[in-house]
Design a protein around this ligand. Structure first.
Ligand SMILES: Nc1ncnc2c1ncn2[C@@H]1O[C@H](COP(=O)(O)OP(=O)(O)OP(=O)(O)O)[C@@H](O)[C@H]1O
Ligand SMILES: [Mg+2]
Length: 325
């Protein structure tokens, strides 16, 4: 659904996005994760035709963002970092205005605007001036304008920023409920948000992709942890570790007896291949009792920090942002 190849954005003094490539399957929710200034917003602006790339290509549902922007815009809903709202308009009036711009037939304008308002919990402020709304409510109106034409792809730049905890939960549920029919890319620096909503991740740092893949793959450490109890008399460490150490691709095996009398065996492997089935067979073959069998994981937090930890670099002041259309 989304294909990005070597996408690059250069400004006068820096490269904001540097040969970024990734793809997103239909119906997926992908988290775009990175520290401040990583290039998330810049990438999203290129994907949504707000800004041309300096190099590289991006396509949405097969349509190129540079060559076929009208086709792309029909298929995407975009929630920018600062939603393009008009403070002098009432919420309902604004949503109907956006619906018309997005080509919704006149007889459906009111119905679709009300539906979007209800889904994004802004029905209660329908007749309020946008300029008088709180930040969280403004963000929700921004989300409502993004989904109003029921686009195939949603690009959401920090969709829950400014929300209170209840609104965060409601918005996460809303976004999750939109997946399946919609393909969603959302940027955030909140790791819980990613864990709560996304199946896969693109981690970006200083304009480059640091890592991408499913959360499961990214957080899997190469190895596994098992806990067994040995019926009858206990056995020594060497007896326990030997059969695991013989497995292909196993680098190291450590066993220790826990306070509960279980043997905990920690196995490091050379690749990320899942060796749990072979481990289970060894346990069964030896007639040990299996109490636990896990892939070992690194936390998303540790992964993120290891990929994006700051290096001492001079801070380059950004020149003013381009005006959004
Ligand atoms: N209009 C612009 N002109 C010059 N440099 C810019 C412009 N917009 C962004 N940049 C620079 O490009 C880099 C990436 O910025 P971007 O806004 O894409 O980061 P981000 O990942 O969205 O950060 P944040 O988490 O703070 O929103 C930054 O170094 C920023 O200063
Ligand atoms: Mg940003």
């Amino acid at each position: 659904m989304i294909q990005v190849e070597g996408l690059t954005k250069r400004y006068a003094r820096n490269v904001a996005v540097d040969h970024v490539s990734f793809s997103v399957e239909k119906g997926q929710i992908v988290g775009f994760l990175g520290p401040n200034g990583a290039g998330k917003t810049t990438t999203m602006r290129m994907l949504t035709c707000f800004m041309p790339p300096s190099e590289g290509t991006a396509s949405i549902a097969g349509f190129d963002v540079v060559k076929q922007p009208l086709e792309v815009k029909k298929r995407i809903g975009y929630l920018p970092e600062s939603p393009p709202l008009y403070p002098d308009m009432e919420v309902g009036e604004y949503l109907q205005f956006v619906a018309r711009i997005k080509g919704i037939p006149e007889k459906e304008v009111l119905k679709r605007s009300e539906e979007a308002a209800a889904r994004c919990f802004v029905k209660d402020v329908w007749s309020k001036l946008i300029g008088k709304l709180s930040k969280g409510y403004r963000q929700r109106v921004g989300l409502a304008q993004a989904i109003i034409h029921n686009p195939e792809v949603l690009i959401l730049d920090e969709p829950t920023s400014g929300f209170d905890p209840k609104q965060i939960l409601e918005t996460r549920d809303l976004i999750k409920s939109l997946a399946g029919d919609h393909t969603i890319v959302l940027s955030t620096h909140i790791l819980q948000e990613v864990e709560a909503m996304c199946e896969s991740l693109v981690i970006i740092n200083k304009g480059k992709i640091a890592k991408s893949g499913t959360i499961e793959d990214l957080t899997r450490r190469n190895g596994a942890l098992i806990e067994v109890s040995v019926p009858g008399s206990s056995t020594d460490e060497a007896v326990l570790t030997a059969p695991f150490a013989k497995l292909d691709g196993v680098n190291a095996v450590h066993a220790k007896l826990t306070a509960q009398g279980l043997w905990r065996v920690d196995i490091d492997t050379a690749s990320s291949a899942d060796i749990r089935p072979q481990l289970a067979q060894i346990v069964l073959g030896n007639q040990w009792n299996l109490h636990r069998l896990d892939s070992t994981e690194v936390s998303l937090h540790d992964l993120f920090l290891s990929l994006t930890s700051p290096v001492a670099a001079p801070v380059v002041e950004a020149v003013p942002e381009e005006t959004q259309q």
